[in-house]
Design a protein around this ligand. Structure first.
Ligand code: NAD
Ligand code: WQD
Length: 346
């Protein structure tokens, strides 16, 4: 079956990536027609096969760079979008310290171009991928949306704060765009079908892909970065959210923007579970849920890590009609199913 013609079309930049691909599934389930634009700089074309397997049909996908003015203008002209979800960005914190200009150029220019094109093509609604990284190590936990942002620890984090400010200022200046920035906490897991998931390139920097790759025998040992933090077991605390919960938050954000009558509107939401779990909680839950043990050792702290952070999640249920419903155990079972599927393919 081919994509249908008359559903509200949503441009999903970075739609072949980890969070974007799962959001494409939620959009289709909610009656939207996603249109992916991705340059596959950090994703594989095979993601489109996974999406076809889940949805039973193709999703329109353009291979293009979001910073390519001509290509983006052609796509806007052709498609008549009713909204945009802007995932496309580089996201490796360490690399952003080494190559800051690459991050500023990609992450900021792509947003500026969208904000220029949207009014020109009468596209009113923008959902932007922000991050809890904008809070740094907050003094008080949990963090609410009012918790002051701290100077970013990395150029990557800085791009998220700058992009939030660009949107806020554009809306303040009466650009006819309504926008919601979602500050994700730590997205993990995969679609329960095992057909799409996270595809880290090289050695994973994030905890859960490192756990699943170690359990699968691809990595010899996981190093737990520090056990002398001021937390219940000495390891860092994070708010791990299932990627399908996160995906559904985007659908609710779009619905909220659709219902908002004002010409210009900007708001920010924390998208987490509200639960703080330690690194050892994650390892122990993984072992319990999968029956597979993880070879790990305790090592020194990783430079730049915050000790603990988790979200106050009161605002999103009230104003977006969304809250996370999946558990850490659900996330880890789904991440493991995905990892096993990947190993079968190798
Ligand atoms: P990802 O790298 O899996 O997905 C990003 C996608 O964007 C990739 O498919 C990549 O090829 C594409 N892309 C990058 N630059 C592009 C460009 N110029 N033109 C076209 N496509 C481009 O990352 P993700 O984890 O899915 O993250 C999505 C968004 O969420 C990013 O903005 C990221 O900063 C943000 N975010 C991620 C996390 C996380 O832990 N994964 C946490 C908070 C915020
Ligand atoms: C989680 C915990 C590590 C790997 C990053 C970005 C952040 C946001 C989400 C985009 C930490 C520990 C990890 C390992 C370990 N991304 N760990 N051994 O650092 O919370 O956040 O992704 O916006 O900006 O910084 O996530 O998964 O890297 O780490 O002990 O091999 O796991 O020290 O405490 P983090 P993470």
């Amino acid at each position: 079956m081919n994509p249908t013609g008359n559903l509200p079309k949503i441009l999903v930049t970075g739609g072949a990536g980890f969070i974007g691909s799962h959001t494409v599934v939620s959009l289709v389930e909610a009656g939207f027609e996603p249109v992916i634009v991705d340059n596959f700089s950090n994703s594989e074309r095979s993601v489109l096969d996974g999406l076809r397997g889940i949805l039973g049909r193709d999703v329109t996908a353009y291979e293009a760079d979001c910073n390519d003015i001509g290509a983006m203008e052609d796509i806007f002209r052709k498609e008549s979008f009713s909204g945009v979800i802007h995932f496309a960005a580089f996201k490796a914190v360490g690399e952003s310290v080494q190559q800051p200009l690459k991050y500023y150029r990609n992450n900021i220019d792509s947003l500026l171009l969208l904000l220029e094109l949207m009014p020109r093509y009468n596209v009113p609604n923008l959902v932007f991928s922000s991050s809890c990284t904008v809070y740094g190590q907050p003094e008080q936990l949990p963090v609410t949306e009012e918790t002051p942002r701290l100077p970013a620890q990395s150029p990557y984090g800085n791009t998220k704060a700058i992009c939030e400010d660009i949107i806020r200022d554009a809306v303040r200046a009466q650009l006819p765009v309504k926008s919601i920035a979602l500050r994700y906490f730590n997205p993990i897991g995969a679609h329960p079908s095992g057909l799409i998931g996270e595809l880290p390139r090289g050695v994973p920097g994030n905890l859960v892909p490192f756990i699943t790759q170690t359990a699968a025998g691809l990595r010899q040992q996981l190093t737990v970065f520090g056990s002398d933090y001021d937390t219940p077991d000495g390891t860092c605390v994070r708010d791990f959210i299932h990627v399908m919960d996160l995906a559904e938050a985007h659908v609710q954000a779009l619905r909220k923007l659709n219902e908002t009558n004002a010409d210009a509107h900007y708001d920010v939401f924390n998208i987490g579970t509200g639960r703080g779990e330690t690194v050892l909680d994650v390892i122990n839950t993984f072992e319990r849920e999968t029956g597979v043990s993880v070879n790990y050792t305790i090592g020194p702290r990783r430079a730049g890590d915050v000790e603990k952070i988790y979200a106050d999640v009161a605002k999103a249920p009230n104003e977006l009609g969304w809250e996370a419903s999946r558990s850490l155990a659900d996330s880890l079972r789904d991440a493991w199913r995905w990892e096993q599927k990947l190993r079968q393919e190798v």
